[in-house]
Design a protein around this ligand. Structure first.
Ligand code: CMP
Length: 413
């Protein structure tokens, strides 16, 4: 969603009236926001990922020694080019920093300074260093420095990937549960290391002679890695090893379960907010009370489509209906076409009549739809009769219109 221009009194910023740049700046900010779903932002993320991938591949390949001179030159050129793109991105991010909600109330200069000093700003700046060092000849493409830049680029990807924010929140939400599993992990680890030290120290003095040395074996066994470089030889040591292996599986299963559940819950919460954001653009929903609305919000899914995308095809079975929260679609009927815009809905006939789709529907603009699957539709029908009555009424009107048009002499077939 593109943010609208923020009206502020004109203020001079490097000689340019602040209000004159605000609209362009807020648009650029919306495109750069890593959790935004507007088409521009999604296209930017795809291109950014491609450029980053090309850069990382070039850095990885440049570490092969020896390389033919032309290949080496091409790889250096790619690294410099990718860095130049990142420099441009850095400057745009710096320019748009005052748009961030967390810098609200700060002057543009202070907002930019704070962004430049943040982890994102610093990593963004360091990511462009390869271009300077390579062009000035300070560093060779194959040197170890390029590997460091490679790490910085991956970090840059991590900082802007939406999943990183989710991971941080999941770890923060589940920190108490994760901490208790970690404590169990530590107890098993130290007990195992101490027990094997006592049991194995006579037989393998160099590997189990002290507890820190035995810890290596305990970590490798408890994490189920099992390099096999250190193994207990005594019967007691082997018995301890068996218990540690089983405990390792239990601890890892617990960790996986906690993180997977946390991720699923976080995603459900995010989806709820995304749907809520879109639902407010559909008058049919805003007329419902808050409690009813929150019930339907949990059943809807947000889907973004580019222009000219076929959402449903005529004669295919239908398992869902759609509400348009942004954009426009074209209903291609046998006798002509109809356009539906924001607030409209389609796909209800297949659910109500349990028949195949009566028309093909394609987007004419980038469109955001709210999808209601058949199983949820029938549940909503029993809980929110007013909504389904409105849908049924419109479906009756559409059926009558289609029949009338098909029957009329000028109709297309
Ligand atoms: P369905 O048959 O499931 O899939 C195609 C959809 O096109 C249909 O549901 C309606 O939602 C929509 N549709 C059919 N006829 C019309 C019409 N005359 N005007 C607007 N939409 C229509």
């Amino acid at each position: 969603m593109l943010r609208v221009a923020i009206c502020r009194p004109a203020r001079l910023w490097f000689g340019v009236a602040e209000t004159a740049t605000t609209t362009a700046r807020s648009r650029a900010y919306a495109i750069l926001r890593h959790h935004d779903f507007n088409p521009g932002a999604r296209q930017f993320r795809a291109i950014h990922l491609l450029i980053l991938g090309a850069g990382l591949l070039a850095v990885a390949l440049s570490s092969i020694d020896p390389l033919p001179k032309p290949v080496e030159k091409t790889l250096t050129a790619i690294i410099v080019l990718v860095s130049a793109v990142f420099l441009f991105e850095y400057l745009v991010r710096l320019w748009t920093a005052p748009e961030a909600a967390r810098f609200a109330g700060l002057s543009p200069f202070r907002a930019r300074l704070q962004w430049a000093m943040s982890a994102r700003g610093l990593i963004g700046l360091l990511a462009v260093v390869p271009a300077f060092t390579l062009t000035t000849g300070t560093v060779e493409a194959q040197s170890d420095y390029s590997a460091i830049f490679c790490i910085l680029w991956v970090l840059k990807l991590g900082l802007h990937a939406p999943a990183m924010g989710t991971l941080t929140r999941v770890i923060s939400n589940e920190r108490a549960t994760l901490a208790s599993v970690l404590i169990v992990f530590m107890i098993v680890l130290i007990t195992a290391a101490t027990a094997t030290h006592l049991l194995e120290r006579e037989v393998q003095k160099d590997l189990f002679g002290n507890i820190p040395a035995a810890l290596w074996w305990a970590v490798v066994t408890l994490t189920t890695t099992g390099y096999g470089d250190v193994v207990p030889h005594t019967v007691g040591g082997k018995m301890v090893g068996s218990v540690v292996m089983v405990s390792g599986i239990v601890v890892l299963a617990l960790m996986t379960g906690i993180l997977a559940t946390g991720f699923a819950e976080e995603e459900r919460r995010r989806e709820y907010l995304r749907v809520w954001d879109q639902v407010t653009k559909v008058p049919m929903f805003t007329e419902l009370g808050t409690v009813t609305l929150s019930e339907i919000v949990s059943k809807l899914r947000v889907r973004h489509y580019p222009a000219r995308f076929v959402v449903v095809r005529r004669d295919e079975p239908g398992d869902s209906m759609f509400f348009i929260s942004e954009g426009e679609v074209e209903v291609r009927l046998p006798h002509g076409s109809v356009k539906l815009s924001q607030g409209g809905f389609f796909g209800e006939m297949a659910l109500l009549d349990r028949l195949p789709r009566s028309a093909t529907i394609a987007t004419t603009l980038p469109t955001t739809l709210l999808v209601l699957y058949a199983s949820d539709f029938y549940e909503v029908a029993s809980h929110i009769p007013s909504l389904v009555e409105a849908v049924e009424k419109e479906a009756r009107r559409r059926r009558a219109e289609n029949e009338a048009r098909l029957g009329s002499p000028g109709s297309r077939s």
